[in-house]
Write a protein that binds this ligand. Structure first.
Ligand code: PLP
Length: 374
């Protein structure tokens, strides 16, 4: 019997093959491959999609976060050593962006139900050196942004959203990427809006920040051979911008397909050993707040469940097996204790989720979960 794949990227992109090939040919024939019309068009389209004033394409999602913090350092809004609050249970890139800039990551335990930043714990973590909050919309669910913005306003803090997993998630019609002072997106191929290579973007409503970022992604230069900053080379190339332009048109339909699959899992997986994902943040319309980048269940019998799913032909993955503070790269944090984060990392398991998962496969995943007897 064929396997139920976790994420079938080949089939996802095959749906748009003709459009992608056409866009690809257009770029080849243009003779212009970096910083041209394809990028400008995609930046406009993605800014419009998010409801933001500005979009700045960059090379990947990590660079998007690194560059925003770097720009705030250049603009004097941050200083080296300043504290940035970040969830302890995030993908490590969110934290790498903070330490790459000589800032201090302050890890905070998440909300147990949403796995996103808990406003109460954020407030408790604020000190005299806190200058920014970096909420991560983990697994595709937007964080409790109204509460986080209220705290940021009260304490004069900057907010940088990590939207790498949450393209299109919204609260009251306001999308991820349009809540904080700036946001970083990843278009890594496996993300909900995925390029055919590496790509990323920043959204913001702040023109001065946008201008600074446009220089920083291009050696620190606004104008050829004049350098205002010691910048980077982090550009979103014409080919990837063209691929993303094609795929953006289909994003909302794909998100609806993800939500339909999640609804089937929600309704039909019944097993006392398995905890299903909690819906949305309080006050949000549940359906809009989550774009199901991942469908993450929790179980104290994770190894046994993963083995059982594997025997049933269902591929599952763990996001993520080791918390950042237990990584060798962050040995300076290894003494810190985050019991909830550690439990989450021990117990989470991601079920197959993609816009091309068919009903037969969804039913096989459900049956495999329901037949699990540890
Ligand atoms: C994927 C991801 C990133 C990094 O994006 P890249 O494009 O791979 O650099 C950052 N944060 C989170 C939460 C992610 O999932």
């Amino acid at each position: 019997m064929t396997k139920v794949p976790f994420l079938d990227l080949k089939s996802i992109n095959a749906q748009y093959r003709a459009e992608l090939v056409e866009a690809c040919a257009r770029v080849i024939d243009s003779g212009w491959y970096i910083s041209g019309g394809e990028l400008e068009q995609f930046e406009q389209d993605f800014a419009t999609y998010c409801g933001s004033k500005c979009c700045i394409g960059v090379a990947n999602g990590l660079d998007a976060l690194v560059l925003v913090l770097r720009a705030w350092l250049e603009l004097g809004k941050l200083s080296p050593g300043d504290e940035v609050i970040v969830p302890a249970n995030t993908y490590i890139a969110s934290i790498l962006a903070i330490s790459a800039n000589g800032l201090t990551p302050i890890l905070v335990e998440p909300d147990e139900k949403s796995y996103n930043l808990c406003p109460l714990k954020v407030e408790q973590a604020i000190t005299g050196r806190t200058r920014a909050i970096l909420p991560v919309h983990l697994y595709g669910q937007i964080s409790d942004m109204p509460a986080i913005l209220a705290i940021a306003d009260a304490h004069g803090l900057l907010v940088l959203e990590d939207c790498a997993q949450a393209h299109g998630a919204s609260i009251d019609g306001r999308k991820a990427g349009n809540w904080g002072h700036a946001s970083g997106f990843s278009f890594y191929p496996g993300k909900n809006l995925g390029a055919l290579g590496d790509a990323g973007a920043i959204t913001t409503n702040d023109d001065e920040l946008a201008d600074t970022l446009k220089a920083l992604r291009n050696y620190g230069s606004h104008e050829k051979y004049k350098n205002l900053f010691k910048g980077m080379n982090s550009r979103l190339d014409e080919m990837q911008a063209a691929m993303l332009g094609v795929k953006l048109k289909h994003l909302d339909r794909e998100t609806q397909q993800r939500r339909s699959i999640a609804a089937l899992y929600d309704q039909s997986i019944v097993n006392s050993n398995i905890t299903l994902p909690y819906g949305a943040v309080a006050g949000a319309i549940e359906n809009e707040a989550h774009v199901y980048h991942l469908y993450v269940i929790r179980t104290q019998k994770r190894d046994a469940l993963q083995k059982h799913l594997h025997e049933c032909g269902v591929q599952s993955l763990i996001h993520y097996p080791i918390p950042p503070h237990k990584q060798q790269a962050y040995s300076e944090l290894s003494g810190e204790r985050y019991p909830l984060t550690e439990a989450i990392h021990r117990e989470v398991l991601s079920l197959p989720m993609s816009p091309v998962l068919n009903e037969t496969d969804v039913n096989r995943v459900i049956a495999a979960c329901n037949s699990f007897r540890p």
